[in-house]
Design a protein around this ligand. Structure first.
Ligand SMILES: Nc1ncnc2c1ncn2[C@@H]1O[C@H](COP(=O)(O)OP(=O)(O)OP(=O)(O)O)[C@@H](O)[C@H]1O
Ligand SMILES: [Mg+2]
Length: 237
């Protein structure tokens, strides 16, 4: 499959602190690609450069064959790249339904939005039961599902997921990853940032490992799962 997203030699800095240097990666259309690394490695920064929330100092970002490194963030979203940010940021005082509708606020195709609303609720039956509940009262796992649902309401072609397993129990992690897998089988391309390497290497096809803002290692996920240094450093054995 052709690459839907390609980063070529991306560098980015916060003031004098260089957060990324010469980062390259590819996300083929229809795949799940994992981006791993420990705290502060630059994973979120990488997603933020793609979403155009952090400027790049050098390098290129290609999406669907077009250079996007100079686009504004809203143009990137309209082009089909939607990020689910790290941590839970639902609109706490709005209802669950209103939160989902916010995901589609730029769309004018009302009939398709209604269809997508139903489709999203099919992925998340727990959310369907809580449409009128205040979003701030959802459990942590339900909030994570709502965030993914809200992102889906924007009709992404590429979903950027930043640590969807953060703070969730093993059972909920399984549930979320079951849904991620289903979304991918239904055709969605996903770039998945995770610290939980075990689960990320199981659901992805290919993975990259960042260390101190540089790409340290990459390969097919199955191969990385069996790699001794990866096991020691990221899988805890
Ligand atoms: N807004 C910011 N201003 C200054 N430095 C920042 C900012 N955001 C991130 N950094 C720095 O950039 C580096 C990379 O941070 P980043 O958030 O991308 O890491 P991460 O891999 O997502 O880590 P984590 O797993 O903890 O979320 C860190 O050293 C961090 O302190
Ligand atoms: Mg992060």
């Amino acid at each position: 499959m052709p690459d839907l997203l390609e980063l070529a030699g991306i560098s980015a800095s916060y003031g004098r602190i260089q957060a990324l240097s010469n980062v390259s990666l590819q996300v083929p259309e229809g795949s799940i690609v994992a981006l791993l690394g420990s705290n502060g490695a630059g994973k979120t920064t990488t997603l933020n450069t793609i979403s155009r929330l952090v400027p790049v100092t050098s390098g290129n970002i290609w999406f669907d064959g077009k250079a996007i490194e100079n686009r504004a963030s809203h143009q990137v979203v309209e082009g089909g790249i939607v990020q689910v940010p790290e941590g839970r940021e639902v609109f706490r005082d709005m209802s669950v339904r209103e939160n989902l509708e916010m995901g589609a606020y730029r769309r004018k195709d009302t009939a398709a939005v209604r269809n997508d609303f139903e489709r999203v609720l099919d992925y998340f039956p727990k959310i369907r039961e809580r449409l009128h509940q205040r979003a701030g009262t959802l459990s942590g796992g339900e909030q994570q599902m709502l965030l993914i649902g809200r992102a889906l309401m924007a009709r992404p072609r590429l979903l950027l997921l930043d640590e969807p397993s953060l703070g969730l129990s093993p059972v909920l992690v399984q549930q979320i990853f079951g849904i991620i897998d289903r979304l991918n089988k239904d055709g969605l391309t996903i770039l998945l940032v995770e610290q939980n390497a075990a689960v990320a290497l199981t659901c992805s096809r290919y993975a990259y490992i960042l260390e101190n803002g540089e790409m340290a290692l990459q390969g097919p996920s199955e191969q990385l799962r069996r790699d001794d240094s990866v096991r020691r450093t990221y899988l805890g054995h």
